[in-house]
Design a protein around this ligand. Structure first.
Ligand code: NAD
Length: 489
């Protein structure tokens, strides 16, 4: 999308971006300078950070309705979904950080009794990285922008936030709430725009850290640019996350499993980084799973033709891309019985929730992340061979979901298949657990955040070792000359 395509969002002028980068860097040094003049800088720092987090919390709370309305305008996400999956989770994340900050900012003592260190004092402190660039995606435009922002503030950084241009109303609302929340000048700045503006930010080489959430394709561009200036970088990417229903799963729980899988696969119109992207079902369970899929689809969406509560695909491209894959798949499709939306479907970017079965690994739906309300199902016979296929084609997913009642089998999958996270018996819910590390591995990214983990990611662990002078006799061995007399000692 270019400047002219987007009528609502005012993209930040390139010259203005340079000023914001400078203000962010200056503000960090100002802050450090001011704090170091205080009698107890660490205590002041804690109070300063908690105050900023409180401002952020109230800014979100006071503008919650506006944020929800903005997301509805951007992609028709219902109020309930936005409250449950976005604003409530965000406010919980911020409150949790405020609560744990005194504990996690504490200095850690290290004890080493060997002669060179036995009389000294070693502490480990966590220092801010400096100025951080956060680049956010569209699919949870508030949470995935402001939750990393909260972690970055908790760790004492200044932040430039680049929201997604695909959700322009939300991006403007976030900018407004951040500029009126009373943060010190230069602590948080928002840069609006798309590829050009983000490239300008990445090319300046002046950040101390980059935190990127989005597609693997853009992730590799970001990592390459970060590498040029040796800027540490966190990549929160997507990919194809598998779900298993194995042969050792209780048949009476299949309906519940299908409901939980559908929640993850069709929520937010499937535009969730941790969506179950495809389902692998053991042949003994396959007929029952298909039967339950048909039944649950109609139970969840009794009349999809009048369904007003279904989030839309973010833009025309995403809609057309999904329809093209659905038209070219060789599989059999199941949608809710009443699901003809009529001629408006394309202009509204609505794809009905669709299950596709009778397919193999070469189907168009099995090539890349679907990021749409589409769930391909592959029937399998041998678990190890199936895992081999995943390892060959879609290794290191962001998450894997397992529906099995056999712990040995669960362990077998977990041992062979590395992933960012794993849930047994449910889907997607793990992202809401405070203090659990959320992040990818390999192709799904690197680095993580969530409570303590976000604080650690946005800070640097520094050792401070203090050596006394009176104990030099214990250390004099290291002084030259390195002659024979020393060797005999
Ligand atoms: P995207 O990669 O298109 O955009 C993400 C951000 O990158 C946006 O702010 C955009 O302006 C910027 N951008 C786009 N092209 C760029 C370029 N050439 N150079 C520099 N910056 C550029 O991703 P999206 O469509 O907004 O989000 C969907 C993707 O994000 C999916 O792959 C999904 O799995 C992934 N995702 C991952 C997580 C996670 O936590 N792991 C969370 C949400 C989404």
């Amino acid at each position: 999308m270019s400047n002219t395509d987007c009528k609502i969002l005012r993209y930040t002028e390139l010259s203005e971006i340079d000023q914001k980068i400078k203000a962010s860097g200056d503000c960090f040094f100002d802050k450090q300078l001011k704090l170091s003049h205080e009698s107890d800088p660490r205590k002041k720092d804690l109070q300063f950070r908690q105050l900023q987090l409180k401002k952020l919390y109230y800014a979100v709370k006071d503008h919650e309705e506006e944020l929800i309305d903005a997301m509805y305008e951007d992609f028709h996400r219902t109020k309930l979904e936005s409250i449950a999956n976005e604003t409530t989770k965000l406010m919980n994340d911020i409150l949790h950080l405020i609560e744990i900050l005194p504990k996690i900012m504490k200095l850690r003592k290290v004890c080493d009794r060997s002669p060179p260190f036995m009389f000294g004092k070693t502490i480990v402190e966590r220092i801010s990285r400096g100025s951080v660039l956060i680049i956010a995606p569209f699919n949870f435009p508030v949470l995935l922008a402001l939750s990393p922002l909260a972690a970055a503030l908790a760790a004492g950084n200044t932040v430039i936030l680049k929201p997604s241009e695909s959700t322009p109303q939300t991006a403007i609302t976030m900018e407004n709430l951040l500029t009126t929340a009373g943060f010190p000048r230069g602590l948080i700045d928002v840069v609006q725009g798309g590829k050009d503006e983000t490239t300008r930010l990445l090319d300046c080489g002046k950040f101390d850290m980059i935190f990127y959430t989005g597609s693997p394709r853009v992730g590799s561009i970001v990592a390459e640019k970060a590498g040029k200036s040796l800027t540490p970088c966190v990549l929160e990417l997507g990919g194809k996350s598998p779900t298993f229903i194995t042969e050792n799963f209780k048949a009476s729980n299949i309906k519940t499993a299908v409901k939980r899988i559908f929640c993850g696969a069709f929520g937010n119109s499937g535009q969730i980084c941790v969506s179950p992207d495809y389902l692998l079902v053991h042949k003994s369970m396959y007929p029952k799973v298909l039967e339950e899929c048909k039944s649950v689809l109609n139970e969840f969406y009794p009349d999809f033709s009048t369904e007003t509560d279904f989030t839309r695909m973010i833009h025309k491209n995403a809609y057309e891309n999904t329809m093209e894959k659905l038209n070219s798949t060789r599989g059999t499709k199941i949608s809710p019985v009443k699901s003809s939306i009529g001629p408006d479907a394309a202009s509204l970017h609505i794809v009905p929730p669709t299950v596709v079965y009778d397919i193999d690994w070469n189907d168009p739906l099995m090539k890349q992340e679907n990021f749409a309300p589409v769930l391909p199902i592959i029937e399998y016979d041998n678990l190890d061979e199936t895992i081999n296929e995943i390892l060959k084609k879609h290794d290191t997913p962001l998450v894997q979901y397992i529906f099995s009642d056999d712990q040995t089998e669960i362990n077998r999958i977990l041992t062979r298949l590395r992933s960012g996270g794993c849930v047994v018996g449910d889907t997607v819910v793990h992202v809401a657990i405070s203090d659990a590390p959320f992040g990818g591995i390999g192709s799904s990214g690197y680095g993580n955040y969530g409570g303590l983990h976000g604080f650690n990611t946005f800070s640097h662990e520094r050792i401070v070792f203090k050596q006394p002078y009176w104990n030099d006799f214990t250390l004099s061995m290291r002084y030259p000359p390195n002659n024979e007399r020393k060797e005999k000692l």
